[in-house]
Design a protein around this ligand. Structure first.
Ligand code: SPV
Ligand code: MG
Length: 312
């Protein structure tokens, strides 16, 4: 496992409040939009630097980063704080994973107000019962009724202020063992309830069910996909099949776990870090990612004596 050796341009300053318009623009242009999961602003900046179109504020990643399961243990406030910190750190739009909306339609309304006010471009809410369990855990994958979830979507759309802000309705029917007809029926109901896009989630090793959903999808509404388990399909293939956005939801977290574990093992094995030095990011990269070049520039402007020692 190697770490990318990053060049170090000065990080751009985020422009607040424009995430939703940027995401809408991405959805309007031809081709597929590619976003990637993060659980802190550093990860969001790595996504931006790599050239992703946006950042997925991943419930799984944030929970795991706290050493907690992805089972609605963290509260809305905790997850929102992280999502807002991502939006503040980058210039690309942030799409927030909001699980099942943290409760009923009233919780969803509160959530939308908070998320929209933080410059987050879009939220995804899934049609499972609260509290949810991560989709790849084969237990308790219980769906809300179409009526209940449609009520959450209508509630969400009733309180947003910026017309560009997007509510993505995530369909968990295939995850919960229902058939394609149920997934399509749900998607069509969510489109009618006012969703701006649907996310069809699946957990098989083949892309086939997702490709079938895309080929049978009738509403004029973009479809989002998450190829975590069916990872051999390419973004171009998903785009050709009609997907408008692809989320690489947790690869950054998993890469980090592998890289850090290997690094720690090597230190204990060798008794020194020499073998690692050309594979771990240099300190300069760390300083750059945390905004140190801007501090240096500001020092010259705002701390006139900063270059002098006490006895000068
Ligand atoms: C997440 O990243 O938290 C998601 C995507 O919801 S998944 O874990 O694939 O369900
Ligand atoms: Mg999630």
């Amino acid at each position: 496992m190697t770490s990318p050796q990053l060049t170090a341009p000065t990080m751009p300053r985020p422009k607040p409040g424009t995430g939703a318009a940027k995401l809408r623009a991405l959805f309007m242009r031809p081709g597929i939009t590619r976003i990637v999961g993060a659980h802190n602003p550093l990860g969001a900046r790595l996504a931006e630097r790599a050239g992703f179109d946006g950042v997925w504020s991943s419930g799984l990643e944030i929970s795991a980063s706290q050493g907690l399961p992805d089972t609605d243990i963290l509260t809305m406030t905790e997850l929102h704080t992280v999502a807002a910190s991502l939006a503040a750190a980058v210039d690309i739009p942030v799409v927030a994973d909001c699980d099942a909306g943290y409760g009923n339609a009233f919780n969803v309304m509160h959530m939308i107000r908070r998320y929209e006010a933080s410059g987050i471009a879009a939220v995804s809410i899934e049609d499972k019962l609260f509290p949810k369990v991560n989709s790849f855990i084969p237990r308790r994958q219980k769906l809300a009724s179409i009526e209940e979830f449609s009520g959450k979507l209508r509630a969400a759309k009733s309180v947003q202020e910026d017309p560009d802000f997007m509510v993505i309705a995530r369909i968990e029917a295939l995850i919960a063992g229902w058939d394609m007809e149920e997934a399509l029926r749900r998607g069509e109901a969510y489109a009618a309830a006012g969703a701006d896009a649907v996310l069809i989630h699946a957990k098989g090793s083949e892309a086939e069910p997702v490709l079938e959903f895309l080929s049978r999808w009738q509403p004029d509404l973009p479809v989002v996909v998450v190829p975590t388990t069916y990872h051999t399909v390419t973004a171009d293939e998903l785009s050709a099949a009609g997907a408008k956005m692809v989320i690489y939801a947790n690869q950054g977290l998993r890469a980090g776990i592998s890289a850090v574990s290997e690094t720690f093992d090597t230190i204990l094995r060798d008794g020194r870090t020499t073998a690692l030095e050309d594979r771990i990011a240099p300190m300069k990269t760390v300083f750059d990612l945390q905004g140190m070049p801007q501090v240096m520039a500001d020092e010259a402007r705002f701390l006139p004596n900063s270059g002098k020692t006490d006895d000068q």
